[in-house]
Design a binder for this molecule. Structure first.
Ligand SMILES: [Zn+2]
Ligand SMILES: [Zn+2]
Length: 314
């Protein structure tokens, strides 16, 4: 009796500290009321939102969670480092939870089902709560075999701290005229607006996929869960808004299946592939693209094969 009480107290203490920490990150940009903000700070803010969203979706999501393309060992470390500058924990932590989400979409094991646990839990509760703190290395064994990735996963705050210092240094140079100004208002205004504000907006952009993308929008495919497609969320999240497409066929490097489904992450990945940094981007087979559900897809695949045989025979 006593021990279970102790655990309950311990758990809620951990929660509170994490929740306060998360709240504090939201309040830090307000410090700009004292430092002011320059045009440069706002430009950094917008750039870091777009730049880091690309690595979240192209890295955490399409590479580590779904293996939708291949790369070298050194560039895979770069991808993990870039994604982690978003301060959304380690790449292995992120991807292991995301794999569980796909395996058990909108079922009790899903870490962030809005249908089952409500908006608040699916949006941020599952991250600041105690239940999903640890990385399940078994789920992500294919990448956990690389010690450098495990190290980065454990020291997940290294990339955001490095980025914050770079932003302060640039603030010192551009706003203050010298790098030695990085610990004055010149550097701090860049930190508050350029780094922290974009980090907070980035949190909610990413979390909205977990929460509202399983509620609002259209469902093109019968994916067996609540996932939806939405153009405006696809624009805000560089392509992640085509979430029903993604749940239907999760291994594709592109989430916009049709040309009019704007998917900026995919275009970025294409550029990286032209540069030779990544390769073997997985596409969407025709029978998947034009089907309604998996049964229909099988039929379409069969028909296509039959046609092929007929052409060969003729
Ligand atoms: Zn996914
Ligand atoms: Zn989902």
């Amino acid at each position: 009796m006593q021990s279970s009480e102790t655990t309950v107290v311990k758990k809620s203490k951990g929660d509170l500290a994490k929740e306060l920490g998360f709240l504090a990150v939201h309040l830090i940009p307000l410090a700009a009321l004292f430092t002011g903000a320059t045009l440069f700070d706002w430009m950094v803010c917008i750039f870091l939102y777009v730049f880091r969203m690309f690595w979240i979706t192209g890295g955490y999501h399409r590479y580590f969670s779904h293996k939708s393309y291949k790369t070298s060992r050194w560039f895979q470390f770069v991808i993990a480092f870039m994604a982690q500058t978003s301060a959304q924990k380690g790449a292995l932590w992120w991807a292991s939870h995301h794999r569980v989400h796909h395996r058990h979409s909108d079922q009790p094991e899903d870490p962030h089902s809005m249908k089952l646990y409500g908006f608040w839990h699916s949006h941020v509760g599952w991250i600041v709560g105690p239940d999903h703190k640890e990385t399940n290395y078994k789920v992500i064994a294919d990448y956990a075999k690389y010690p450098e990735l495990v190290w980065l996963n454990k020291h997940h705050l290294v990339p955001p701290v490095v980025l914050a210092l770079v932003v302060m240094a640039l603030g010192g140079i551009v706003n203050g005229g010298s790098i030695t100004e990085m610990f004055t208002t010149a550097g701090f205004s860049a930190l508050f607006v350029g780094f922290f504000l974009s980090t907070v907006v980035l949190y909610h952009g990413t979390f909205s996929i977990n929460s509202i993308m399983h509620k609002f929008g259209n469902q093109r495919y019968e994916s067996g869960d609540e996932s939806r497609n939405s153009l405006w969320l696809a624009l805000l999240t560089l392509g992640e808004g085509w979430h029903n497409n993604h749940h239907y066929y999760e291994v594709a490097a592109r989430q916009g299946f049709f040309w009019w489904e704007i998917d900026l992450t995919y275009y970025g990945l294409k550029v990286l592939s032209w540069l030779g940094l990544i390769w073997d981007l997985r596409g969407v087979p025709k029978h998947i693209k034009y089907s309604k559900n998996k049964e229909h897809a099988k039929q379409l695949a069969k028909q296509a094969k039959q046609k092929e045989l007929e052409v060969e025979a003729a």
